[in-house]
Design a protein around this ligand. Sequence first.
Ligand SMILES: *Cc1c(COP(=O)(O)O)cnc(C)c1O
Length: 419
Amino acid sequence: MTSRATAERLDRADPLAPARERFELPAGVVYLDGNSLGAMPAGTPAALDRTVRRQWRDHLIKGWTDDGWLDAPMRVGDRIGRLIGAAPGQTVTGDSTSVQLFNALTTAARLRPDRRILLSDGDGFPTDRYLAASVARMLGLELRQVPMAELPAALDAYGDEVGVVLGSPVDFRTGETHDVADLTARTHRAGAVTVWDLCHAAGALPLALDADGVDLAVGCSYKYLSGGPGAPAYLYVARRHHAAADQPLTGWLGHAAPFAMTPDYRPADSMARFRIGAPHILSLSALDAALDVFDDVSVADIRAKNTGLGRFFIECFDARLAGLGFELVTPRDDARRGSQVTLSHPDAARLMDQLAARGVIGDVRPPTLLRFGFNSLYVSYTDIHDAVTVLGDLAEANRRPHDRTAPAQRLIGETHVAQ
Ligand SMILES: *Cc1c(COP(=O)(O)O)cnc(C)c1O
């Protein structure tokens, strides 16, 4: 059952369908790239305008205190904390995921000064790999990169030499999920600490950082959280580590008394120690507004819907794309599939350009992967049906070299840069 009528019936039964009104999407676009850059929440422009005019323009420097700018990194961090299973006081926003990774990995390694191995996901996002390598070089550690699935075996093999394990709950290419609780428990049995990169999980999958005993975690807020381009990243540090956490970026706003302006650094004894420097108030206010969208929805409902969207995509794939050169890369098993479906095709880049010309936006992971992400708050079953139908039409037409069927009017620009 993969007809458009089926898709429409699924949309009518979808409890999250009304959430689409909370976003502004260009007309005629099926947006399946919200796992790279989330769509704009309808409340964002007004929130930015308020910050700029009513706060910055009218209050000037008093904004730091009167408008709560100084505490915004912790306040907004706690709002993200609710989505990742972190009790208040353990999540701070700021900088990019890359900077927070540097911070988290260094802090984690300093919690285990007698261990010489940094173990990380060999299939991880490039910035994670690059930063793990740099931190290892800087601290004189040995970096071992193995695929997520082999991390448990590596932990058994290197045992008490491992200080830090860096992993991701979702493979950004294939969309395969990994068990945070299980790897965290194994890491602890080996005496090491975990750093999790939540970029492709937060806002899409249930996370329970406190309950799972996670030590540190980082993530970005411009993907499923829709905080806007370059929105501040976040860092989670479990409370039990706060006193011992020797974080490398000893900025003045991490000081116990920043305005005492003392010559020596004395870290705040709370999560404020990770605030580093002046918060990005303009982008934080966009992120703050984006989080309003999540106020009355549960992550369980979000997960139920993206599981359904993924399953429907795969049913449409079986019905429409078989025999056209595609392979399904993402696991069929609901429990092992994140909020995306990845296909491989030898002609991936050309197909994605053609899709974009027809108003369907996904992204390409060279050389052969086509990636489609599902934000439960604004993607519909009808979107999935239409995207797969157009993809099938294009792949079929490409196989007929003399087909003169002109592609429909180009609705949007070039394929987007994607994270
Ligand atoms: C998107 C993404 C990042 C992005 O890092 P930035 O420094 O915020 O650009 C990092 N890690 C993973 C796993 C990602 O998916």
